[in-house]
Design a protein around this ligand. Structure first.
Ligand SMILES: [Zn+2]
Length: 267
């Protein structure tokens, strides 16, 4: 009987490849087994090339607020690019399965570089229960589940929760973003209590879809209170993404005086 079950499973696995051949998570083209994103899509998206995972622009960003060990991001975000489209898909177009496959891709890309060494759990950035209900899933949790599929670490959605969601962060400056998310997350149980139960996380990996100023992840890091933390996001935006014009630009564009730009003087 057991043998029959094994044969049924083999038969199904054989046929499922014919019926549902492995395809690229983004464009749907055929890919070899175990590959989530095809070479064409990888080539079309700008990558974040971090030479070190424990000393880079993101590590220095998070250092302001957390005992950071490693930080990484896979794709470079800029508006109106394929990466921006991909983020919109997993956030607004009900594509939880795409987010999970992108999580697997992230894990495969970074596993060999020691990204997950010493990590004891994956903690996705929580949404408020209302937002999660409205969206039907949390895209950061789907990314974390994809990472977990590859590296086998547990996904912990029970250590912190989101208390509120303010206005969209998109048009805010770094300082405003920090104020916007201050106190937005709270531990579900205090770190002291978790440690007393022997459940305290020593080195969680916090996961989100995109990092801009790092304000949300830093606020979550404060709520998680672990002695060491690492950070992973699918994409990373540059400062220009939420840039406010400088006073000089405002004066030039709204002042009474008409400014002539000296083209020759521009570099
Ligand atoms: Zn593709």
């Amino acid at each position: 009987m057991k043998e029959a079950g094994v044969w049924m499973k083999r038969l199904w696995l054989g046929w499922s490849h014919v019926l549902f051949p492995p395809s690229c998570a983004i464009c749907g083209t055929w890919v070899p087994e175990g590959v989530d994103v095809c070479e064409g899509c990888v080539a079309e998206m700008e990558r974040v090339r971090l030479s070190e995972l424990d000393d880079n622009v993101l590590v220095r960003l998070f250092m302001q607020a957390a005992p950071v060990v490693r930080a990484a991001s896979l794709l470079r975000y800029s508006p109106e690019t394929r990466v921006a489209g991909l983020l919109a898909e997993i956030k607004y177009r009900h594509r939880p399965e795409l987010a999970r496959r992108l999580g697997r891709w992230m894990a495969r890309e970074l596993e060999g570089r020691g990204m997950f060494r010493g990590i004891d759990a994956l903690v996705p950035l929580p949404l408020t229960p209302e937002r999660q209900k409205e969206r039907g899933y949390n895209q950061s949790e789907c990314l974390a589940r994809g990472v977990s599929d590859v590296v086998g670490l547990p996904v912990r959605t029970d250590v912190a929760r989101r208390l509120f969601f303010h206005t969209s962060q998109t048009m805010l400056s770094g300082e405003e973003r920090r104020a916007n998310v201050e106190g937005a997350f709270a531990p579900t149980v205090s770190y002291g209590e978790l440690c007393a139960r022997g459940e305290g996380l020593r080195h969680p990996l916090l996961i989100d879809d995109v990092v801009t100023t790092g304000a949300s992840l830093m606020a979550l890091a404060r709520a998680v209170e672990a002695p060491s933390l690492s950070f992973l996001t699918l994409a990373m935006a540059g400062a220009y993404h939420a840039r406010y014009p400088s006073d000089e630009e405002v004066r030039r564009e709204t002042g009474d005086e008409v400014t002539c730009v000296d083209v020759d003087g521009w570099q």
